[in-house]
Ligand binder design. Structure first.
Ligand code: AR6
Length: 178
């Protein structure tokens, strides 16, 4: 069980600075940029990213699409679209899990060895932080347990509070299973 945790790291950083195989973008259905982490990624990657995104035809909520990373230090960007929080009875949990699931499937299919996730949907889309973190970890654990994804997974937090939530959940989970 402990091996599961070796693959997961919680980092407090700006995701655009990370030198990993892929960073995940918390985008919107248009894939044409926005605020938050999406805005930061588009600004740092440069206008060629927007040009490539224009060719993708948008992205459904819960799905993921991959592009090049242009001026970023990472190799690829996996754009995913999280659900807007509407109180919890609009399949938000299922759609958020699907973001992590489809992003990790792309990482597996493309033999990526490191991927960094922001806290999808917890900013402009208002998903409750702790609930979102639990869904992220559950979905990531499933991928690690079934052995399909063997690389590193960075949980990239911009706010110290998000890093604390992940650290606490990981500690509780480790304690439960030991
Ligand atoms: N590095 C890492 N995390 C960041 C960064 C950064 N540079 N900047 C913000 N965050 P949000 P959402 C964190 O709002 O809720 C956009 O307009 C932030 O603290 O970026 O999925 C899109 O176009 C929070 O924890 O994404 C969509 O319209 C997390 O990233 C909409 O926002 C997600 O916050 C998507 O909303």
């Amino acid at each position: 069980m402990k091996d599961t945790y070796k693959q997961i790291q919680v980092v407090l950083d700006d995701i655009t600075r990370l030198n990993v195989d892929a960073i995940v973008n918390a985008a919107n259905n248009s894939l044409l940029g926005g605020g938050g982490v999406d805005g930061a990624i588009h600004r740092a990657a440069g206008k060629e990213l927007l040009e490539e995104c224009r060719t993708l035809g948008g992205c459904a909520t819960g799905e993921s699409k991959m592009t090049k990373a242009y001026k970023l230090p990472c190799k690829k960007i996996i754009h995913t679209v999280g659900p807007i929080w509407k109180g919890g009875d609009q399949r938000e949990a299922q759609l958020l899990a699907s973001c992590y699931d489809t992003a990790l499937k792309l990482a597996e299919e493309n033999q990526l060895t490191s991927i960094a996730f922001p806290c999808i949907s917890t900013g402009v889309y208002h998903y409750p932080r702790k609930e979102a973190a639990k869904i992220a970890l559950e979905t990531i654990f499933k991928h690690i347990r079934n052995g399909a994804y063997k690389g590193d997974i960075l949980l990239c937090c911009f706010l110290p509070e998000d890093a604390q939530i992940y650290e606490q959940l990981l500690k509780e989970h480790l304690y439960d299973k030991s």
